[in-house]
Design a protein around this ligand. Structure first.
Ligand SMILES: [Zn+2]
Length: 385
């Protein structure tokens, strides 16, 4: 039997693969699969339909339903243009911290999860443990849903999912969901003195902005639901984060582009929010086309991530609370794959080492104490299983 690597050795290995979301993650997946195989664990893959990327999932313990699922993503955000003091793809220990891209978000947790799988295989378990490593989390959580679908017919269905995004090892039971669209308003250029015979993409985009403002104002007059009240701010928000358009003061703009997003309180119907937006856009478009039929508004979906709803008597939450002793309520403002597992019928919670403040930053790090707290947590989870 080959050597069992420590959590730190595993993290060091994982970080040496520069698995930025736009690039392949196959060398990392190959390595993890070989490592698991060498310890007698069979791994399975789900391949991206047209890019060299794969998700990996595996099961140890009795071949039955009810596994605890350890969920992490393998991709990291780019380091381009960031002032790093050390090589981002080498783990460097300094000042009580491990530095490197992904130490915090979230190869630190991935390493601990892989360590736990091999430990579990060696010790033997009464209740199964599963590992699920996705791709493309950082570009809108698009890799997890097909992975979850691919897992179901291959592995016995797990019941409680721990998504190890950095939460300082607190049990996070809720986050907002959201959707994003890139919007391209295509107008018709005329001299501005002839305004009614043209279609200004900028002025029409302004109708979308008006709707965003009016809708935000309307949302905020409503009494927050108990779930909404856990969030700051305690309501769904709509936002336009950038806008470009036009060529000259006296020409009706031919093009205007903007990025729109929703951040939806979990439990609210996010499909309905999407529909309200699309309906409004189609109204604006119809008005444009009554002047110039060749104009229009193109929508390109950017992301669509369900929120994580706090569960009543959730199994995942109860288990994490029993291990950490943390009984406070925590919700976060960032999205994760936890809502996607929940939508697929799993109980899900977010709990992982490190602070989200360090994610995506130059000189990303994880406190060694946090990394060790993650290992400690996993040791206690294994004892329970
Ligand atoms: Zn992450």
């Amino acid at each position: 039997m080959p050597k069992r690597l420590s959590p730190l050795e595993l993290m060091t290995k994982l970080i040496s693969f520069p698995t930025v979301s736009r690039d392949t993650n196959l060398p990392l997946i190959d390595w993890v699969e070989d490592y698991l195989n060498s310890h007698g664990i069979t791994a399975h893959r789900y391949y991206h339909p047209d890019q060299p990327k794969a998700a990996l999932f595996a099961h140890v313990g009795p071949w039955e339903e009810g596994a605890v699922v350890l969920s992490g993503h393998t991709d990291v955000v780019p380091v381009d243009g960031q002032p790093w003091d050390t090589d981002p793809f080498t783990v460097v220990e300094k000042d009580g911290r491990y530095y490197g891209r992904g130490t915090c978000d979230m190869k630190g947790f991935d390493a601990i999860a892989i360590w736990a799988m091999v430990e579990a295989q060696a010790r033997g378990l009464k209740r199964p443990l599963q590992l699920a490593l996705s791709f493309d989390e950082e570009i809108g959580c698009t890799g997890a849903p097909p992975m979850i679908e691919a897992m179901q017919p291959v592995l016995p269905k797990g019941s409680a999912v721990i998504v190890g995004e950095p939460s300082m090892m607190k049990a996070v039971t809720g986050h907002k969901g959201g959707q994003g669209y890139s919007v391209h308003v295509r107008g018709f250029e005329v001299h501005s003195s002839l305004l009614p015979s043209g279609v200004s993409a900028i002025l029409e985009a302004g109708r979308i902005l008006e709707w965003v403002n009016a809708t935000n104002a309307e949302i905020q007059t409503a009494e927050p639901t108990p779930v909404a009240a856990m969030f700051v701010p305690p309501f769904t928000t709509l936002h336009v984060g950038n806008i470009q358009g036009g060529t000259a003061r006296n020409i009706t703009a031919k093009d205007c582009r903007l990025d729109f997003e929703t951040r939806v309180v979990p439990g609210e119907d996010s499909e309905a929010w999407k529909q309200r937006f699309v309906d409004h856009v189609r109204e604006v478009e119809a008005r444009m086309q009554s002047v110039r039929p060749e104009t229009g508004i193109d929508l390109e979906p950017l992301f669509d991530v369900p929120g994580l709803r706090p569960e009543e008597d959730g199994e995942a939450e109860a288990m994490v609370r029993a291990i950490t002793g943390d009984n406070a309520a925590h919700v976060v403002s960032y999205g994760t794959e936890a809502g996607q597992f929940q939508d697929a019928g799993y109980s899900a919670v977010v709990c992982g080492p490190g602070d989200i403040e360090q994610a995506h930053q130059p000189n990303e790090f994880i406190e060694i104490a946090q990394f060790n707290a993650g290992v400690d947590f996993m040791g206690r989870l294994l004892s329970r299983l």
